[in-house]
Structure formats: C-alpha cells, structure tokens
Design a protein around this ligand. Structure first.
Ligand SMILES: C[S@@+](CC[C@H](N)C(=O)[O-])C[C@H]1O[C@@H](n2cnc3c(N)ncnc32)[C@H](O)[C@@H]1O
Length: 287
C-alpha cells in the first residue's frame, strides 16, 4: 500500500469544501448569470464535481422543477459527499464516480455541461473536452472555468522546495507552468468546439481564511496539493510540520494576499470562464 504521512488529512468532500471556501460558488454564480436560465427538462452535467459547488449553486438559485443534475468525479469520497448532500436536501441529483475522460453518458445528453475549476488537474484535457462535446446536446451550453491566478500556489511551492530541495519533480497539483486560457481553448478546440463560438471572460473571487485559521488551511492545502507524482514519502512525514509552518509564513504576504480588518487573510483568485453560448443552433464541428 502507498505510504501516507501520519499527519495527513484523509480527504472527504467536506475538506475540499472547507479548503475552497466559497470561491468556486462565487465564480460559478458569475458564470450562471452569463447563460440562459435553466428551464424545465434541462439535464445538467456537474463534471469533476468535487464537493458539489456547481450543484449547490444551481440548487441555491431555485431552478424550475423538472431539471436533473448528474454530478460526477473521479474521487469516490467526493461523489459520496455530493450524493449525501443531495439526498439530505432532496435535490434531483444523480452522483457517480466517473473520470472526465471516460464518461459513460450517451451522446447529446446534456443541455448544460459545467466543468468548474478542474481542467488544470484532469490529466488528458483533450479527451475530457471531447467527452464534454460528445455528451452536450446540439446548441447546448458548456462552461469550463480555470483559475489563472491563485496566491497560495507560490506558498505551497515554497514549502515543497523548503522541505524537499530544489532538484526533484514538482507535486502533480503544483506544476511550475500555469494552465492558462490558451491551454483551455486549445483543449476545447481539440474536443470539437470551434474557437469563434467560445466566449471567454475573467472574474475574481476572494478566499478568506479567518484569523487564527491559517494553520488549519495550510494543513488542508498541503494534504490535498502536496503529493509528488510518486506519492508521499517518510521524508514528507518527517518534514510535515516544517512544510505547514512554511506555508503559514508564506501566506502572511505576497502577490494577491492582504490582511482583512478582522485579522483574516484574504487571497484574491482570478478565474477565466470560457463558455459556448449559442442555444438552439446546430452544433459546430471543428474543421
Ligand atoms: C479543484 S476541484 C474542483 C471541484 C468543483 N468542480 C468545484 O468547482 O469546486 C477539482 C476536481 O477535479 C476532480 N478530478 C481530477 N481529475 C479528474 C478526472 N480525470 N475526472 C473527473 N474528475 C477529476 C478532483 O477529484 C476534484 O474534485
């Protein structure tokens, strides 16, 4: 069995929700305002759903009766979390473990397909985009958001170098090369979407960590984002506290980080949200 440091947080959906605060919801709400309102009979895909931020945002907006949401993710704990949440609220949601590259839905199923803040970490982006395209109805709307700036990335990369040295590979989820709008557009085009049908817009959201909460936040962030491509090691366990301490220190200042009036730490995140707006028209095939 793979080694896991004894200090690690064993991730459940609630941990991802705590780590993200309400930044996903803020950006998702911004995106939902850009597209036509949901209508009875809509079938929505919450792709790479995580703790269910998209599903929650849709349901919080009181959609018309008769819509259905399919929430999928590769992580069984997250899917279980969304399933429980939906059940407790009596939402019209079906949750399933499903990699974005191997969706088992039939062609032309969804009226809206939303992949929120996942393209940067999905693995094969082009295949994920192909699957989104394949499962979207002609004239349907796809949204795919990415963060193009996240202040905590520098802090976590610093902790990686501090505790593991400069020479080895970067953690899988903390690559040195950012995933930017152009990368996402390229993936969407590879998936079948035509460039001129993709609208892109930028928005910001603020991740607020309350006074005294940085150590907890660093623990959640390092547990989720710190693993190397080869996994965790004994060395990581031995340097766990050092890594957390370094993240806390780095988050005291830096680009996009400010202190709020009540001692909270405010991280300004910038998102790009490409979406394809035409509804009712024939779906374009990439030439
Ligand atoms: C940053 S979270 C975003 C979650 C959620 N969509 C949101 O906006 O809050 C990225 C999600 O992508 C999921 N993920 C990573 N690779 C995936 C894949 N190949 N297929 C499906 N989900 C994947 C992760 O498990 C995680 O839940």
């Amino acid at each position: 069995m793979a080694f896991v440091p004894k200090q690690i947080t064993q991730y459940q959906a609630e941990h991802l929700a705590e780590l993200q605060g309400d930044v996903s919801e803020t950006a998702i709400n911004y995106c939902l305002d850009l597209i036509p309102p949901f209508k009875t009979g809509d079938v929505v895909h919450d792709n790479a759903c995580g703790s269910g931020a998209v599903t929650e945002s849709i349901m919080a907006a009181n959609p018309p009766p008769g819509i259905h949401i399919h929430a999928t993710d590769v992580n069984p704990q997250f899917v279980q979390g969304v399933e429980s949440l939906a059940k407790s609220k009596d939402w019209p949601v079906t949750a399933a473990v499903m990699p974005a590259q191997a969706l088992t839905f039939e062609d032309n199923k969804f009226t809206q397909s939303i992949t929120s803040f996942a393209f940067h970490c999905l693995g094969d982006h082009d295949e994920a985009a192909r699957q989104i395209y394949r499962t979207l109805q002609p004239g349907g709307v796809a949204i795919a958001t990415i963060w193009v700036f996240m202040p905590h990335v520098d802090a976590l990369q610093h902790a990686h170098w501090q505790t593991r040295g400069r020479d080895g590979p970067m953690p899988t989820l903390l690559p040195l090369e950012d995933y930017q709008e152009l990368n996402l557009r390229d993936a969407l085009k590879a998936g079948g979407f035509t460039d001129e049908k993709i609208s892109c817009t930028e928005t910001t959201a603020h991740l607020k960590v309350p006074q005294g909460g940085l150590k907890r936040w660093a623990q959640l962030a390092w547990s989720y984002l710190g693993a190397l491509p080869s996994g965790w090691s004994q060395d990581d366990e031995d340097h766990w506290d050092e890594a957390i301490g370094d993240i806390v220190k780095q988050l005291q200042s830096g680009k996009g980080i400010t202190a709020g009036p009540n001692g909270e730490t405010n991280m300004e995140m910038r998102a790009v949200a490409p979406w394809r707006r035409s509804r009712g028209g024939a779906r374009d095939r990439a030439k």
